[in-house]
Ligand binder design. Sequence first.
Ligand code: ACO
Length: 163
Amino acid sequence: MNREMDKELKLELKVLEKGMSIPYDLLLLADPAQAVIDEYINKGKTFLAYHSGELVGVVVLLPLGEEQLEIKNIAVQPDWQGKGIGRRLLQAVIIEAKRTHVKELWIGTGNSSIGQLYLYQSVGFELAEVKWNFFIENYEEPIWEKGIHCKHMLMLRQTLHRS
Ligand code: ACO
């Protein structure tokens, strides 16, 4: 991935290495259960996005097989949301996945996450699967967003290289 993603809003990407502190404050914005985060954080590759030395975003990639990758977690610090960082992180992941010959990129989000569904489809993901009642069965606390009960995980897919 490009270390510097944007000339105007200078973003620098670093890989989270072993021994570095895990940015739970950010990760918990995207996934409200730390136990769930702990299950995937060490199996995947985490990129940290910095602006002028400040950690502003995170994205966690998890291999699903040899040719499939899932974006398990993407989050931008609340003060930095809505400035295009999330879109650029997704675009950087897509470019990197193509470069490394990943065939399918997946991303999941709750049925209540309307803005995220817009963003993911706008960078090329399409709805591919629904994990019915995923959030009811896997999370202790009920999740609500703007009056919508988050029950189901919508899995979106982007095919990068056709065989
Ligand atoms: N509500 C409404 N619109 C949204 C939202 C939202 N929650 N998130 C993004 N958008 C839209 C923006 O309006 C923008 O539209 P435009 O390009 O047409 O103007 C577009 O999506 C891109 O916006 P960005 O500024 O690039 O997004 P941002 O930097 O805020 O990052 C993110 C998006 C990562 C979803 C961020 O808002 C965030 O951290 N949210 C909390 C955590 C979260 O929900 N993470 C995703 C969970 S799913 C998963 O992790 C796999």
